[in-house]
Design a protein around this ligand. Structure first.
Ligand SMILES: Cc1cc2nc3c(=O)[nH]c(=O)nc-3n(C[C@H](O)[C@H](O)[C@H](O)COP(=O)(O)OP(=O)(O)OC[C@H]3O[C@@H](n4cnc5c(N)ncnc54)[C@H](O)[C@@H]3O)c2cc1C
Length: 592
């Protein structure tokens, strides 16, 4: 059976040595001392390993089944969901006014990582609910909040997000679902949504669907889209459950991975819905929760790579094949373990250095969300808005790549289902697609975010890198191993930005042909910055006499690997960007 142990030491290192959370002047962060976060993460890790992990393969093999109009989740999901609710894990960062614990989002993020690594498909039931909770919390009126949020915080009722239709996914302006106003202020929702995660299931007594639809007579395209609450079972004024609403499951999709999560076609046949926020401002309501939702998907990417990595390491230490080129390391055995071979080491170092860098990047992003929400800091808001497509696009692309790399460590056994590695690859794949496919994330980054507020946020990011480099000069080894590569990569990124400025106006294809490379470049620079900061934090801890020298020295060595072997990828991406659109667009469509 696959293993998983929440990487609590690393989580704690990032929270305390890197982000120094308890020293940050953000309301609620003063409570995050090392003992408290350690206790919470220990518990989360226990739930992940003992409750969720054993159900991961069960969910994969059994999948969900549609029976008499109701979706049945895999065996054991109901008990595990109950355990998550009872443990308060669904309510961690939710508003105490609605039954939440009010903890910082960064803490929720760290706990979520363990749950997602152990069982991504299962965790989506509460993940989607959290997204729907956030939309209602930010945009709903008081009555809606009182009526729906307490039950969603506790996950007695779960939530969904309904954007996609058969003919429109990325281009939501093409949407056809209609919302007709009724005399009592409600709307009748009619249309079909597809691919709706957790669209129906047997884990909760009610499901609160958030549905995008168009009110007839409104503006064309995306500007005419509004957001509605459509409960599966209507809720009476006193909060009790009323009649069944006119929403049903058309079918559940057969798919490549996340089999334990029901992906549903949802049919709305004049279902009663309630407008959230203003008419025709549905996309704005969606976008305010995008930073969180996309950070959550980026987390799915690296969390799958993390569990795949843990298993690959165990296998590489156990499986005996061949001899070390420098002489037998297991002379009494028939062969040496795989881990002696440099190419296996390269593979494992790629995985390890990515996952730990991604974790730091994600928690940093989560702390920016806390800062912007709790202090109104516009710079933090601008920075996380800039970083969101990078977290989502880069971490999910690489998460999938490294889940596959971990599978490779197993050779043919990685391809055989019984070892579990294939599931991580299959599950990780969807994170590159939903919540805005990664190509569209790159488009958002280059087409919108770079120029946002006059380019202020990207300039602030470059300044942050520059300041870190100039503030930390003086140690030759640190300069050579960390600062010089970071400087070179940041220079590549700036040169790419310059190329877009000089050539993108002339021909927008020049910018958009390079957008994917730019997203990856920026991802590398962000992880490079995280690694330089982590290495510095590890050295500081060593200098201060921290006794966990093995962990801290490993941290520095892993960072040196990232800077030497991963960060130089920015040079290749820059070369591609500088070659412009010509070769990309050279063929007529007929010649493909
Ligand atoms: C398992 C699963 C779960 C899902 N869960 C949900 C959910 O809960 N709620 C929900 O609403 N949706 C959900 N989705 C839908 C998902 O968000 C969409 O599939 C996704 O946004 C892409 O839309 P599409 O499939 O229509 O692809 P299209 O929009 O047709 O895009 C196809 C390809 O073209 C690219 N592309 C499109 N436009 C452009 C452009 N202008 N420039 C460059 N490239 C472009 C895209 O990047 C993509 O690679 C889910 C999908 C799956 C498979």
């Amino acid at each position: 059976m696959p293993i998983y142990h929440a990487p609590i030491k690393d989580m704690q290192f990032i929270l305390h040595n890197l982000l120094k959370v308890s020293e940050q002047e953000i309301p609620g962060f003063d409570e995050l001392d090392r003992d408290f976060t350690g206790a919470v993460l220990e518990e989360a890790g226990k739930v992940a390993t003992e409750v969720l992990l054993p159900l991961n393969a069960v969910g994969d093999t059994e999948g969900c089944v549609l029976e008499n109009g109701i979706v049945r989740t895999p065996t054991g999901f109901d008990k595990a969901f109950e355990a998550m609710k009872q443990g308060g894990w669904t309510a961690m960062d939710c508003d105490p006014d609605y039954g939440g614990q009010g903890l910082p989002y960064v803490m929720h993020t760290a706990a979520q990582e363990a749950f997602v690594s152990a069982n991504m498909a299962f965790n989506m039931y509460q993940g989607l609910t959290h997204g729907a909770y956030t939309a209602i919390h930010i945009h709903g009126n008081d009555e809606q909040k009182q009526k729906f949020l307490p039950k969603m915080v506790s996950c007695e009722w779960t939530g969904t997000m309904n954007l996609t239709e058969p003919h429109c996914g990325t281009d939501l302006g093409l949407m056809r679902t209609k919302a007709e106003p009724q005399d009592d202020g409600s709307f009748k929702i009619t249309g079909q949504k597809i691919f709706i995660s957790a669209g129906d299931h047997d884990l909760a007594e009610n499901i609160i669907h958030l549905v995008l639809a168009k009110i007839p007579g409104g503006p064309d395209g995306i500007k005419g889209v509004s957001l509605f609450i459509v409960p599966k079972i209507l809720v009476n004024d006193d909060g009790s459950l009323g009649e069944r609403n006119a929403v049903s499951v058309g079918k559940i999709e057969e798919k490549m991975g996340i089999h334990g999560n029901s992906t549903c076609v949802m049919d709305y046949d004049g279902a009663t819905g309630y407008l959230i926020g203003e008419e025709h401002k549905g996309m704005r309501a969606m976008f305010t929760m995008m930073n969180e939702a996309r950070l959550g998907v980026g987390l799915q990417g690296y969390a799958q790579a993390e569990i795949a990595y843990q298993n690959a390491v165990a296998y590489a230490k156990d499986r005996l094949q061949g001899r070390a080129v420098t002489g037998a390391e297991n002379p009494d055995g028939p062969a040496d373990p795989l881990i002696v071979h440099p190419d296996i080491r390269r593979n494992l170092m790629d995985q390890k250095s990515f996952v730990e860098g991604a974790r730091a990047f994600t928690y940093w992003g989560a702390s920016l969300i806390d800062r912007s929400h709790k202090t109104g800091d516009a710079q933090a808001e601008g920075l996380i808005s800039l970083m969101t497509p990078v977290v989502k696009g880069f971490l999910t692309d690489k998460g999938y790549e490294y889940a596959t790399a971990a599978q490779q460590v197993y050779g043919g056994h990685g391809y055989i289902e019984e070892w579990g590695m294939s599931q991580y690859v299959r599950d990780a794949r969807i994170a590159m697609i939903y919540e805005g496919a990664n190509g569209v994330q790159a488009l958002d980054l280059v087409g919108r975010k770079l120029a946002q507020d006059g380019g202020k946020h990207v300039m602030a990011f470059f300044e942050m890198v520059k300041t870190f480099i100039s503030d930390n000069k003086g140690d030759d080894a640190f300069e050579k191993d960390f600062l010089d590569p970071l400087k070179a990569a940041s220079k590549d990124l700036q040169a790419a930005g310059m190329y877009f400025m000089q050539n993108g106006m002339k021909n927008p294809n020049n910018a958009l042909s390079g957008s994917y490379d730019f997203m990856h470049m920026m991802g590398h620079v962000c992880l490079g910055l995280m690694w330089a900061r982590m290495a510095k934090a590890a050295q500081e801890a060593l200098d201060a006499g921290d006794s966990d020298t093995a962990f801290l020295e490993t941290k520095i060595a892993t960072g040196r690997y990232y800077m030497a072997r991963q960060l130089p990828a920015t040079g290749m991406h820059l070369a591609r960007i500088n070659s412009g659109a010509e070769t990309v667009m050279a063929l007529d469509a007929a010649n493909f």
